[in-house]
Design a protein around this ligand. Structure first.
Ligand code: GLC
Length: 438
């Protein structure tokens, strides 16, 4: 990739500087007092108040998590800077801040797909792995999302895997099992929607607004039909019959009204509300929905009436896109030592457990998925672990912003009838090939 060349030059300079530092320490130049030294030779120094930039907290529990830190660290308080709900708008604000070298954000809650871009541009600090001794206890696929060129830039705090939420009350009444394939899902819907209580409901919806969620849903459809957007060799390969079958499933869904027309405006929250209001039989969304849809305070009409299953696919169960969020330290913040401690705190097993119990967000600690008591209380943990472990990552590229914009445009044009699905994929293949040149 063009971009990465200048990065490697910088990396070489850093490496030389690193060797000189090593030489100095071999000659007795190191004061040995260390602790705060990063792998790249820079230091995580500075203590005091910090800020935490994060997308809109749809879980409702972030305030509790941050309050737990603040009560123990009165001199190093964290102020939350809440950004918009849409992933793309969060990224835009973080990028603008970084380009201005602003210190307004200390810790960044990065979507898993942004690590390469933020690391290669040196907007976030390389993290010394020895300061985060619990990394080995995280699900390996989540840890991988925090790395760029084998170096750690962000620590996974929540993971995400797509789940198929379904109305268990309606399925039971109609005598159907949760579907494993798209055809089974449609057959199940035909029976469910014939029930008087499900009258007027739509069969299925995911997220189809033109933003990152569309990239997620498009990739899942393609992968679940046996195709790829970008192959394991790192090359785009989206102009294939398999990818077309995946896109066609979504296009047909809108045409044959399996999906409600409004789903073209759905991000996560719009979809969740439709499902909670009883407008959908099946709904693709992330684990955070489980806790909210199950609330018995009157905010959800479907508490006790839904369950989750793995995503369905074309001929067999589907493939989720790997989501999640990792915490990184802005290169431009002063109090990096405090920032590192805050990340350690928020990624600890204790905080993650407290968060799962309140929010049903996916933890990154492997042990929390295997805890029998938690599994009993939260039956979504087993399908969630399966979803995350078999999930497919989006491309790990520096120009991810351009890549996702191209994917979103192609998928959106096909879904809205502006382009034929085949032509949209041919065009997307050309665009991705020029963006991802290895
Ligand atoms: C969730 C996922 C994230 C994904 C986003 C798309 O926040 O964790 O990885 O990009 O949804 O809307």
């Amino acid at each position: 990739m063009r971009f990465e060349r200048s990065h490697s030059r910088k990396a070489a300079v850093v490496a030389v500087a690193g060797s000189l530092a090593l030489l100095a320490s071999a000659c007795g130049g190191d004061d040995g007092g260390g602790g705060d030294t990063t792998g790249g030779g820079a230091k995580l120094e500075g203590r005091g108040p910090i800020t935490f930039a994060t997308g809109k907290d749809t879980s409702g529990n972030l305030t509790n998590q941050v309050a737990a830190w603040n009560s123990q660290h009165p001199e190093e308080k964290v102020e939350v800077k809440e950004l918009p709900e849409s992933a793309d708008q969060q990224r835009q604000q973080m990028v603008q801040n970084a380009q201005a070298k602003s210190d307004a954000f200390s810790v960044l809650n990065l979507d898993v797909v942004w690590t390469a871009e933020f690391a290669a541009n040196r907007w976030v600090t390389e993290l010394p792995e020895d300061q985060f001794p619990d990394l080995g206890k995280l699900l390996p696929s989540t840890l991988d999302t925090g790395k760029y060129r084998d170096k750690l830039y962000a620590v996974p705090v929540t993971s995400d895997g797509g789940l198929l939420y379904y109305r268990s009350d309606w399925l039971t009444k109609a005598g159907v099992q949760p579907p494993k394939t798209w055809a089974e899902m449609q057959a199940a819907c035909a029976k469910v929607i014939a029930l008087p209580e499900a009258k007027g409901a739509s069969c299925y919806a995911g997220q189809f607004e033109k933003y990152e969620g569309l990239t997620v849903n498009f990739s899942e459809a393609v992968n679940s039909a046996g195709g790829v957007v970008v192959g394991d060799d790192g090359k785009p390969n989206v102009d294939t019959p398999e990818a077309l079958a995946g896109l066609q499933f979504l296009v047909d869904g809108f045409k044959n009204k399996t999906m409600p027309a409004a789903a073209i405006t759905y991000k996560e929250e719009e979809g969740r509300r439709a499902f909670q209001e009883g407008k959908l039989v099946f709904h693709r969304n992330w684990p955070y929905v489980y806790a909210l849809a199950g609330k018995t305070d009157g905010s959800s009409k479907i508490a006790g009436k839904f369950a989750v299953a793995p995503l369905p696919g074309k001929d067999s169960p589907g493939v989720s896109t790997l989501g999640g969020h990792n915490y990184a330290i802005s290169e431009f913040t002063k109090n990096k030592a405090t920032a590192a401690d805050f990340i350690k705190f928020m990624s600890s097993e204790e905080r993650q457990k407290a968060n799962v119990e309140k929010t049903s967000q996916a933890p990154t600690w492997a042990s929390l998925y295997d805890d029998p008591a938690l599994n009993k209380q939260f039956p979504y943990l087993a399908p969630l672990k399966a979803s995350i472990e078999s999930a497919k990552s989006r491309p790990k590229v520096v120009k991810y912003g351009d890549v996702t914009t191209a994917v979103q445009a192609a998928a959106y044009d096909a879904l809205t009838g502006k382009a034929e699905p085949k032509a949209a994929l041919t065009d997307l293949q050309t665009k991705l090939s020029s963006l991802i040149t290895q």
